[in-house]
Design a protein around this ligand. Structure first.
Ligand code: BG6
Length: 471
């Protein structure tokens, strides 16, 4: 079977500054840099972000590889802690500025449509020490930093993102102890989440003011969507899934795409007396902020049931009060990451955006498969034959294509990631790239999936899908 995407479809990869550049020459540390300094044992093989994939020194040759592979789009992020020298005054770090200027110019000259994201989990440690996203001063400092970034690079960067996966730092830093500072406090998490939404809204409004005469400049947010499937159609399971969806998806989708706060979510938080502190100006800013397109990261859905053991009301409140995860017996798992693989959900996301979110133009801004010990698949020429990754992508593209055929307005697909990169705590355990990285020498070698990507454009955006691949 063959599927085809339209002529101008964006094909590319996504990565982030803190996961790819290395710390070189930064005058400030972010929470991840600091966390590693404090507790290297929290990281796989005790490997930290100091060198990462050294894109600080390799961006020129990396962009050449992107061109060789016909990739017409890319996403990375600016590190707040690299562009800004004095986080409080907003004084620019000249070395950081020169680096990003040269990097983005190179991408611009290579005709690679680049989305520059402003924040990828990388809170400056100085601001974490005053409460991070729970502190409204941080919101103002973020907006100031965003303005500086727009002024510095707005002439050569057309596409911007305010945040990558704003729910993840809430989960990681305030609920489930994945990331430093490993706080467990749902109420603080709600405040941090709300303040992030406000920071996003104020930045979008500022951006539209600054670039109102230039329709080519566009701004988005990158949301990781994890649609919640109930165990079955029993009312309590359906209700549990609905609450999970409200807290982890709609809290961001509705506020950032529609400018509204879901009534049911507000009711739920009110009942528990955990509504965040807000001002009417902040609510107005959210109402006014309209993104120009939406970035969707899709890895896995969530499977939900009502609680099987009643919640103890003496325990501090957590989202688990309302639901439990459920193991779907038919699930397929990526064993290295423990995430379910369910490509059909991408179709459902596309239809949901079409039906409930004004059919806003959207892009798959991340999707991918992390695999451990990929050297097992290396052939005598040093190439990694990652057929599993190619199949994974094909399955997702099949379902994405079905959604587009039904009228969903998706204009591109970016794989996580370009060159194998460093990950929060998992370091280099799982490899996601279409280009492999030798950690000793920093040598790059294109994987089979990289060459497969290259052929898509050469084949007029037609992709051959083998019989039996789509279940
Ligand atoms: C996305 C993030 O959620 O998943 C990336 O935006 C991350 O930063 C990617 O690296 C893969 O997850 P992980 O934890 O395996 O690196």
């Amino acid at each position: 079977m063959k599927i085809q995407f339209e002529k101008n479809f964006w094909w590319g990869t996504a990565i982030s500054g803190p996961q790819s550049e290395g710390i070189f020459a930064k005058s400030n540390l972010n929470i991840m840099d600091y966390w590693y300094q404090q507790s290297p044992e929290d990281f796989h093989n005790q490997m930290g972000p100091e060198i990462a994939s050294d894109m600080y020194h390799h961006y020129n040759s990396d962009i050449k590889i992107m061109q060789e592979l016909n990739l017409n789009s890319y996403r990375t992020s600016i590190q707040w802690t690299r562009l800004i020298k004095n986080i409080k005054t907003g004084e620019i770090d000249q070395e950081g500025y020169q680096f990003y200027r040269a990097y983005f110019q190179k991408l611009h000259d290579a005709n690679i449509k680049t989305i520059v994201n402003l924040y990828h989990f990388d809170m400056p440690i100085e601001l974490e020490n005053i409460g991070g996203w729970t502190n409204k001063e941080v919101v103002d400092l973020y907006v100031k930093y965003a303005q500086i970034a727009f002024e510095c690079f707005g002439d050569i960067v057309d596409y911007w993102a305010t945040f990558n996966e704003p729910v993840v730092p809430i989960e990681g830093c305030y609920l489930y102890q994945w990331y430093y500072p490993k706080i467990v406090d749902f109420q603080k998490g709600i405040q941090a989440g709300f303040n992030t939404i406000v920071a996003h809204a104020k930045t979008v409004n500022l951006f539209h003011k600054m670039f109102k005469h230039n329709p080519n400049k566009k701004i988005t947010v990158i949301l990781n969507l994890t649609p919640a499937y109930p165990k079955d159609q029993q009312a309590e399971n359906v209700e549990a899934a609905e609450i999970r969806d409200l807290l982890f998806n709609k809290a961001f989708l509705d506020t950032m795409v529609l400018g509204t706060f879901p009534d049911k979510l507000v009711e739920l938080l009110k009942q528990e007396n955990i509504l965040p502190f807000y001002t009417t100006d902040e609510i107005e800013a959210v109402k006014d902020a309209r993104i120009d397109f939406l970035g969707v990261n899709y890895y896995q859905p969530s499977r939900i049931q009502a609680r099987t053991i009643p919640w103890n009301n003496n325990d501090p409140i957590m989202p688990a009060k309302w639901f439990e995860n459920y193991q779907w017996p038919e699930r397929r798992i990526n064993p290295y990451r423990g995430w379910e693989i369910h490509p059909q959900t991408l179709y459902e996301i596309g239809i949901n955006i079409k039906n409930n979110y004004n059919n806003i133009p959207w892009i798959v801004s991340e999707n991918g498969m992390g695999v451990e010990d990929e050297l097992r698949y290396q052939d005598s020429n040093g190439q990694i034959n990652d057929n599993y990754r190619i199949d994974f992508i094909k399955e997702h593209l099949y379902w994405l294509n079905q959604a587009i055929k039904q009228g969903s307005n998706c204009f591109g697909y970016q794989l996580w990631t370009f060159v194998d990169c460093w990950s929060w705590a998992n370091s280099y355990k799982n490899r996601y790239g279409i280009v492999s990285l030798d950690l000793e020498t920093q040598t790059r070698t294109i994987k089979k999936s990289g060459y497969w990507f290259k052929e898509i454009i050469e084949n007029n955006n037609v992709i051959e899908i083998e019989e039996g691949l789509i279940k």
